[in-house]
Design a protein around this ligand. Sequence first.
Ligand SMILES: C[S@@+](CC[C@H](N)C(=O)[O-])C[C@H]1O[C@@H](n2cnc3c(N)ncnc32)[C@H](O)[C@@H]1O
Length: 210
Amino acid sequence: MSAEKQSFFDGLACSWDERFYRDDEVNLRLDALAVRLDVKPGFRIIDLGCGTGIMSGRLSALAGEEGRVFSCDFSMKMLEMAKGKSLNAVSICSDAHCLPFKDKFFDRVVSFSCFPHFDDKPRVLKEANRVLRDEGVLVISHLLGSRELAKVHREVKGAVSTDRLPSKKTMLRSLVKAGFRVLEFHDEKGFYLLRARKHNGVKSCIRAFS
Ligand SMILES: C[S@@+](CC[C@H](N)C(=O)[O-])C[C@H]1O[C@@H](n2cnc3c(N)ncnc32)[C@H](O)[C@@H]1O
C-alpha cells in the first residue's frame, strides 16, 4: 500500500465534494451512471475506493432496504466525510489489494473513479473476482475517458501524477486472467465504463473487444 497516496487523499477529503461534485450536471451524470450498473434490490455491493461516498449513496438507494452497501477506502479522512453523510452503508477502511471479506460475498464490485490509483491492478482484479459470487459483476467507471484522466493526473502532480488506466488490451487481458468475461467496454471523451462478469472456469474470448 502506498502511504504517500493514502496521505494525498487524506489531505483532499475535506474539500473533495466541493471540488468535484458541486455541479448539478455532474450529479445528474452520476445518477445516470448508477442506473447503468445493473444493481437490483437486495444486492450486496462494495464501493471500492468510495472516497466521500458519492457513489455509495446512489448504490444504497438502488439496493434498497434488503440490500447492503460496503463503502471501502484506505483513507480514513475520506471515510469520515462519507460517514458524516449518514449514508445507508457500512464503512470499511481497507486496501483494495487485500479485502477483509470472505469469498463470493458480493453481487457487485463497483470501482468508480479510482482504478488508476491501484498500484497492482492485476492483484485488485483477482481480489475483486475472489469476493464476487459466481456470475457477479465488476464495474470500473469514470466520468472521463482514459486520455482525459491521464491528462488530469499529469497536471495534478504529486502522488497520483503517473496513475493511469491500463490500455484496453492490457485491461482486457488482465480481466480474463483474473477470471472475468467482459460484458461491456466504453472509453470515450467524458466516459469510461467497463463491466465484466465472474465466470466459472470457462475460458472467455476477448477477440470481440480487441
Ligand atoms: C479519485 S478518488 C475517488 C473517490 C470516489 N470514488 C469519488 O469518485 O469521489 C480515489 C479514492 O480511492 C481511494 N484509494 C486509492 N487507492 C486505494 C487502495 N489501494 N485501497 C483503497 N482505497 C484506495 C482513495 O483514498 C480515494 O478516496
